[in-house]
Design a protein around this ligand. Structure first.
Ligand code: SAH
Ligand code: SF4
Length: 369
């Protein structure tokens, strides 16, 4: 095969337009790309042989050149609040975690974009665990495919948030390809209003994203002055607040939509009244919604969650400045599934008897891993 795709490349790593171009180089009608995508993403085909409206010759030709990957959870934990954390083994022996969160009549899936994270935020367990590698676009997409398959309940998976392990804008190309599948009419057909990318604030990539994709953007601000932000988020040295907020101003936000700013509340670090007032000043020029995330603790962390009165007072001050402010009391804390609690080497937490997936056991509150 004279192509840039080596034998048995994962079709989920190939953009639909690239697949169409590649097929047409081989004298196969490019519209077949859409047909193949629909088999995979609408009808969940796991082999080319299932694609019965393609000729046998074409099915064989594709099977000899491409594969259709999927992820299968090795372990599932269910929280008391109904959240489910999935541990997926990857082909190279690493693992990645995703979290399904029940929200009224629908589910939100929190997906990972990297194994570990290179950004090193001090309050984040993923960040303190180091970086292993980027996920392929297939590995990102397959977290969503697996969650959709696992949901037997009548409530559908409608929302996707890039808030699991990793910094999505540090794995730009693969994340972009995955977003195209999430939103595409031949892909998974999620609404662009229901897909959110959360970033630590890689300003240059925010500009690129504004041109390349249309989805919700959330910025993990976490501090309202450079000294505090640099202390807890090393990325702030490369992209300080003025560079970050300028990129946010340039980001195209459709009418009726808002940027989200996330703010992890750390006791005595960024939770004072002065911090709230400074934050209100910084965000004044934006159509913004603020999500306050009380710190989710993990072993060995030097930070503490502020007392509830402090959290509520911080919220009140921002409300007085006319912002919409939600406090995100993260779900799934009892299973280590809350924001910032996912970790790189999930297997290191396995108990000796945790070799089998056992949802029921998790439901009774025992540790599965
Ligand atoms: N890398 C991206 C997305 C993953 S982190 C980002 O940083 O935005 C998702 C969210 O979890 C971010 O807003 C981050 O600030 C927050 N977070 C990280 N560690 C946390 C912790 N221990 N407690 C509460 N929120 C945390
Ligand atoms: Fe990475 Fe986000 Fe954690 Fe920072 S908060 S270390 S960017 S996952």
């Amino acid at each position: 095969m004279s192509s840039k795709y080596s034998p048995l490349q994962d079709i989920k790593d190939i953009a639909e337009s690239d697949l169409a171009a590649w097929l047409s180089q081989h004298d196969i009608a490019p519209y077949r790309a859409g047909q193949i995508f629909r088999w995979i993403y609408h009808r969940n085909a796991k082999t080319f042989w299932e694609m019965t409206d393609l000729s046998k010759t074409l099915r064989q030709w594709l099977s000899q050149r491409l594969t259709i990957s999927h992820l299968q959870a090795e372990k599932t934990q269910v929280s008391r609040d109904g959240s489910r954390k999935y541990l997926f083994p990857l082909t190279d022996g690493h693992h990645v975690e995703s979290v399904l969160i029940p929200e009224g009549d629908h589910w939100t899936l929190c997906i990972s974009s990297q194994v570990g994270c290179p950004m090193g935020c001090r309050f984040c367990l993923t960040g303190t665990g180091g970086f292993i590698r980027n996920l392929t676009s297939g590995e990102i997409i397959n977290q969503v495919c697996a969650a959709k398959e696992a949901l037997e309940s009548p409530h559908p998976l409608t929302n996707i948030v890039f808030m699991g392990m990793g910094e999505p804008l540090a794995n730009y190309e693969n994340v972009l390809k995955a977003i195209a599948v999430f939103l595409g009419s031949n892909g998974l057909q999620f609404s662009k209003r229901r897909v959110t990318l959360s970033t630590v604030g890689v300003a240059s990539a925010i500009d690129a994203l504004g041109k390349d994709a249309s989805l919700n953007l959330a910025i993990s601000l976490n501090a309202a002055d450079n000294a505090t932000r640099s202390r807890i988020m090393p990325v702030n040295d490369a992209y300080p607040l003025d560079a970050l907020l300028s990129a946010c101003k340039r980001f195209p936000v459709p009418a009726g939509r808002r940027l989200t700013f996330e703010y992890v509340l750390l006791s005595q670090v960024n939770d004072s009244a002065e911090d709230a007032i400074r934050l209100a000043g910084l965000l004044k020029p934006f159509r913004a919604k603020i999500n306050l995330i009380p710190f989710n603790p993990f072993e060995g962390s030097p930070f503490k969650r502020p007392p509830s009165e402090t959290i509520l007072a911080f919220q009140d001050l921002l409300i007085q400045h006319h912002f919409t402010v939600l406090i995100r009391w993260s779900k799934g804390q009892d299973i280590g599934a809350a924001c910032g609690q996912l970790r790189t080497n999930a297997l290191s937490r396995c108990t000796p008897d945790s070799g089998v997936s056992d949802t029921n056991r998790a439901m009774t509150g025992n540790r599965v891993f």
